[in-house]
Structure formats: structure tokens, C-alpha cells
Design a protein around this ligand. Sequence first.
Ligand code: ATP
Ligand code: MG
Length: 401
Amino acid sequence: MKWNEILVRYGELSLKGRNRNLFVQRLRKNVKFQTKDLETVSVHAERDRMFIRAEDESEIEEVLQRLQHVFGIHSYSPIARTERTDEAIEKLVLDVLSMKDLTGKTFKVEAKRADKTYGKTSQQIQQWIGAHALRNYPELTAQMKNPDFVLHVDIRRDAAYISSEVYKGPGGFPVGSSGRSLLMLSGGIDSPVAGYYMMKRGVALEAIHFASPPYTSDLAKEKVLDLAEHLSKFGPTIKVHVIPFTKIQKLIDEKIPANLTMTVTRRLMMRIADRVREERGLLGIVTGESIGQVASQTLESMTAINAVTATPIIRPLVTFDKSEIIETSEHIGTYDISIRPYEDCCTIFTPANPTTKPRLDKVEHFEGQVDFEELITEAVNEREVVISTKREKVASFSELL
Ligand code: ATP
Ligand code: MG
């Protein structure tokens, strides 16, 4: 069976007024981006639906797969085309039906006639095609109310179009339609999942990763770039800012009481992330934290971490169980990368007994006695910026100037 085009329905896009157009245009851009290596694919966006066409029919099959990753799509259907003769239409109807499991199924025909000069009315088309289907597939039953499937026959000026499959899309909003944020991407299981949920709500991402060489290896960094690359499946490429964090971690280790080093480390990460965010014009900072998971993820701890900035810190996983997060990471394909066994900068310097209820005044007191400012500026300036999908180092900060 060869499909010629795909009808895409927007779902949650049914937004009000002016926004709608922007959202549709964004979705169109994202579909084009996801299919840019497929040479014969073209995308035609209308107000309520989108058509994706391809000259090369095998490319349609590929697009059907890829749409599973394009947020903003509610559902989609492959459509077959044929010339407008009775014979051709009858044959195509049988071809489309032959691909389905029809045992015990109920159906109805819905016909549309965009070209009113066509010889039959919609009603007549429905009766004709319904009878034709029942004659060839006696296991079918016609049913007008809630049938198992609908056979769509659409007579347009150029040809007849037939479809019956409906695939569920991933939902959400087109990535990029809700602004851009900075994802704090460790090599763990949680942060890529947090990024995924942000993208699903239409937020485009850049990522920031803290590396502490030589305590963390190049392989740990590679793992993070692999995660970012994998996330790019759901949207545009992700720029990763890799921050050299060793000097700061050593200074914290040296100057801050052991039970507070964890909190101070998080606060410094956040300060650096906020600098990069501001410089890049991003709106929020995203983390993979969830309440109670580890010492640094209590409400008290989050309060102490948040105190370094007024920027929205978004924690999409805050109420999720670990098992739920793992399930999603398996589903989106980041789990196998996340479980590669490399050290994260935070685990290496973690003290035996970090406080779970840091007091902000205490933290600020000890932190205030150490001058981190110069090292923060240095870390931000010496960061490496990598584009996830191409693995190419864009530039170091100084080269960007
Ligand atoms: P994850 O699985 O995302 O690493 P986790 O359960 O291991 O999370 P933590 O290590 O406490 O929890 O990290 C909490 C959050 O802090 C992470 O989800 C991530 O957003 C951020 N984070 C931790 N380490 C790093 C790092 N090296 N670089 C960037 N962000 C980090
Ligand atoms: Mg971690």
C-alpha cells in the first residue's frame, strides 16, 4: 500500500486569536526541520490542519514515524490518492481496507466533495462505497454511531483521496512556541526527562553542564552531549554550554563547612547558569529535581538554592516518583545513555552528611566569606559551547565576542 500524503490535526493548538497563526507557522517549521533530509517532502499548513506530501512514497512512511516526535500534533492520518474514475476509487478502497484487521469491526463512510462538478453527491458516494466495502468484506458491519473506524473519501478537483488510519500524535505545543529556557543537564536520568517535558510544552532549550576535569572524564561529557543530541529528536538542535567547574568546587571544599558544601555548590551552579541564561536571552532555568529524592532536593534546600536569583526555576519533575521518571526516560530513549557509569561533578565532592535543611542565613554567612565572583566570571567566560547534533564546538566564549 502506498500513501501519498499525511493529514495532520493540531489539537491543543486550538488557541485563541492571533497566536494561532504563530503556532501553526512554528509547527510547520518544526515539521520541515524534522524532515529536512527527505528530498521530496513538502508541507502545506492551513488554519485547522496541515498536509505533508511527498513525491517519493517511501518518504511518507518515514515521515509517519517521525511525526511521533513532533510536539503540537494531536493526530495524523496517511492518505492515498487515485484518479477520479469509479474503477480506480473502488480499487483503492479495497487496498486501504486490506491493510486493516477487519474481523468484527464496525465502520462508516464519510464522503466530502470539494469539487461540486463531480458526478455523485456526498450521500451517493457514501452509499456506493459503503456497499462496495460490505460486498468485498462481509465481516464488516456498517454503523453510523461510534463505528470502530471511518473510511474517508474526499473528492478534490485533481484526484480522489482515501484514508482510514488515525495515529495519535505526541500532543503538547510546537517547540519554540513558548519561548526558550536553559536546562541544567547532568548525566543523570532526571534532567533529560525534565527537558523533554519542557519541550513538550513548547519551550526550546539550550543546556548547561558542569564538568570538573580531571575528576570527571571526557566520557562523562560525551554522555551529556549524547543526551542533548538525543533530546534534539524532539525539537531543534540544542546548544550545550560546558562549564569548567573544578576550581570552584575545590574552593568550596576548602572553605565551606562540610555539611553545607552541597547547598553552596548548587547555589554557585545556579548563579553561573543564571549568567549564561541572561547572556543568551533565555527566560527560565530548568532542573530535574524532585522533592525528597536526595539531600539537596528538600523544600528547604530548594529555598536556599532559589535565593540566588529571581529567575523562574522550573522543576517539571518536582512531584514525580523515580519509577515514573525512569519509565519516561525509557519511553523517550534517554535511559540507556543516562545509566552509563560516569561520575558527575556533584557526586565526587559530596560530603558524607549534607544537611537536608540548610538555613539560608547560615549558608549566606559562610558563602559571604569567600570571594567566588572572579571564579564565576572565569568559568562563564571559559565555557565551551557545543552544538549537540553536529558535535562541533561552536566557539569558546572569547571567540564569540
Ligand atoms: P539527574 O538524574 O538529573 O542527575 P539527580 O537525581 O542525580 O538528577 P542531582 O544530582 O541532585 O539529582 O541533581 C539535581 C539537578 O541538578 C539535576 O536534575 C540537574 O538539573 C542539576 N545538575 C546536577 N548536576 C549537574 C551538572 N553536573 N551539570 C548540570 N546540571 C546538573
Ligand atoms: Mg545527578
